[in-house]
Design a protein around this ligand. Structure first.
Ligand code: AKB
Length: 315
């Protein structure tokens, strides 16, 4: 079957890189990107539409116009911004998802991708190698909305047989597109400031370990999950996906190997610390490995080398 993809929230960190990979795989004419604003660049053969996922009738017209076989819903408010606007975060993260799920049933859209997050875990979840199935008591509104979203995904799969697939993304590190409003954003900011000023003041404390993933791995993993035969997908809430795990102190040490005069300092207090403290330090992704062969390729050293090599020419 010829695939046609509509991506919602395509201007964000993951969307912009995933969209180019999907255009490469399926052809630019078969990937329609959308967001609430025009993207900063758009090539001649790329199709883009302005859409707000909360406007259900506009969303319906978009789906009727392009008749997608797959929808990637990436519009979301991330953890730190969501704490400032909890109602808006809930509205976007949950009602946006419900609009897509309902329209998928109504218009017979076959496959959906929706991103969850490590934010679904909480203070009573195991900290190290956090299991796919364990206590989940998120304390951030972002985590609460992602956990509720996971339950909706599983419900729509079991009740209506919707082929919905999802990944609990850790912090995603990339050099092409900046993230916005996340707790893990320091792991990108640090490279930009290291190259510009040779110093960085981190908003998380030196020994806060968090799970992270390089964008190349995140894009490849997402496409591998979407390509896997439906029979191999045993999890319809969202898959744990591991990459690397490190602290601000460890990434600073790695940067110093390439930029020896780099200096790191830490703020006394930042509200994002409480969010980070409630999240896992590392993730057990055995199900993703068993079900669809997931293996990350980038470690901290190769991430650091690649980030610096690519940012050097842009910063
Ligand atoms: C955030 O920090 O909010 C995101 C996430 C881990 O989902 N990067």
């Amino acid at each position: 079957m010829k695939e046609r993809i509509v991506m919602i929230g395509a201007n964000g960190q993951i969307g912009s890189e995933l969209a180019s990979a999907l255009r490469h795989k399926f052809g630019a004419e078969n990937v329609i990107t959308s967001d609430i604003r025009e993207p900063s660049t758009l090539k001649k053969d790329e199709i883009f539409e302005i859409i707000n996922v909360l406007d259900k009738s506009a969303l319906k017209s978009l789906f009727e116009k392009y008749k997608p076989t797959q929808v990637y819903l990436l519009a979301a408010m991330l953890s730190a911004t969501a704490e400032k606007y909890p109602q808006k975060a809930w509205d976007l993260n949950i009602n946006g998802l419900l609009n897509v799920l309902d329209l998928a049933l109504e218009l017979d859209i076959k496959k959906i991708f929706w991103p969850s997050s490590i934010a679904v875990f909480g203070p009573h979840s195991p900290k190290q190698n956090t299991d796919q199935y364990c206590v989940m008591d998120p304390v951030s509104i972002y985590g609460v909305s992602k956990l509720a979203g996971e339950r909706l995904c599983e419900y729509y799969h079991h009740k209506y047989d919707l082929d919905i697939r999802s990944i609990r993304y850790p912090g995603i590190i990339s050099w092409k597109t900046a993230p916005g409003g996340g707790t893990t954003d320091y792991a990108i900011d640090i490279f930009i400031e290291a190259l510009k000023y040779r110093r960085y003041t981190c908003f998380l404390s030196a020994h806060t370990a968090l799970p992270m993933l390089y964008m190349d791995d995140a894009v490849r993993g997402t496409i591998e999950l979407m390509d896997a035969p439906a029979g191999q997908i045993s999890i319809r809430s969202s898959y744990n996906l591991g990459g690397v795990s490190f602290t601000p102190a460890q990434i600073a040490e790695e940067i110093k190997k390439i930029l020896p005069n780099f200096e790191m300092s830490y703020v006394d207090y930042d509200p994002r610390q409480a969010i980070a403290d409630s999240w896992p330090a590392s993730i057990d992704d055995a199900y993703a490995n068993k079900d669809w062969g997931w293996e990350p390729k980038f470690d901290l050293a190769s991430i650091t080398e690649d980030m610096i090599a690519n940012l050097k020419t842009n910063v």
